[in-house]
Design a protein around this ligand. Structure first.
Ligand code: PLP
Length: 239
């Protein structure tokens, strides 16, 4: 193994151990939680090593970086998740490689993604991103829709050709009533997921938790954790 490959293998083993312990502590089966490795700012060669080490889900947050990386890794058995704020002029590109777009937070984006998915002849999974620090009817500063916008957005996605409503995503808020209360924030997301599933029973994904708070997410009931730095190390630049 190269130095980089053994480093990634060790980091993955440590993260796997954290997820497994969190599942035990929460009385959940390890199979209920899927690891998504956030590869943003890291090169395609790292993605290739991760795939070799058994990673099956990767995430990116900028189309400019993600598109060439996904193209360079098109031969690998990977699902690509898009987790960043998304401008409508990028959706055609994203719809070409993404399997799941986790950051859908406004009607215009749903319409654009639907057209792009249809144009590409692909079906895209969609998560509605929830901003738990957004005022009613508003969007958060780092993307995401206020919880009261969820029913309308989810219905719109469910009716949109080429799209599938798969669930919800959030990032623990830095401000507002949930600041510093990751566990409570993720529990709120899981509550929102229950109400979503009342109308859309197959929308079972709950994407929450990153390197610093994956235990709280697993405890709250997340089905997917998005881990970057704990697997790949510090990012070479802000991302
Ligand atoms: C970067 C990023 C992550 C991973 O963050 P780490 O702290 O590096 O684990 C997770 N989710 C989103 C939306 C991100 O942008």
């Amino acid at each position: 193994m190269t130095d980089r490959k053994s480093e990634l293998a060790e980091n993955l083993a440590r993260v796997e151990e954290r997820i497994a312990s969190a599942c035990v502590a929460a009385g959940r089966s390890r199979q209920e939680v899927t690891l998504i490795v956030v590869t943003k700012t890291h090169p395609a060669s790292d993605v290739r090593l991760l795939a070799d080490l058994g990673v099956r889900h990767v995430a990116e947050n900028r189309d400019q970086d993600a598109a060439p990386k996904a193209a360079a890794c098109a031969d690998l058995p990977l699902d690509w998740h898009f987790v960043g704020q998304l401008q409508t002029n990028k959706v055609r590109s994203v719809a070409g490689y993404a399997h799941v777009v986790q950051s859908v937070d406004r009607p215009k984006l749903v319409t654009a993604l639907s057209a792009a998915a249809e144009g590409a002849g692909r079906e895209l999974g969609v998560l509605v991103q929830i901003a738990l620090d957004a005022e009613s009817g508003e969007r958060g500063t780092r993307g995401g829709a206020a919880p009261d916008l969820l029913p309308e957005l989810a219905d719109l996605v469910a009716r949109a050709p080429g799209l599938r409503i798969d669930g919800l995503m959030t990032v623990a808020p830095l401000s507002g009533e949930y600041a510093g209360r990751e566990q409570a924030a993720f529990e709120r997301l899981v509550e929102l997921s229950s109400s979503l599933r009342a109308d859309h029973p197959t929308a079972t994904m709950v994407s929450a938790g990153m390197s610093a708070d994956l235990e709280q997410a697993v405890r709250a009931g997340a089905t997917h954790v998005r881990v970057g730095t704990a697997v790949l190390g510090a990012r070479p630049r802000l991302g």
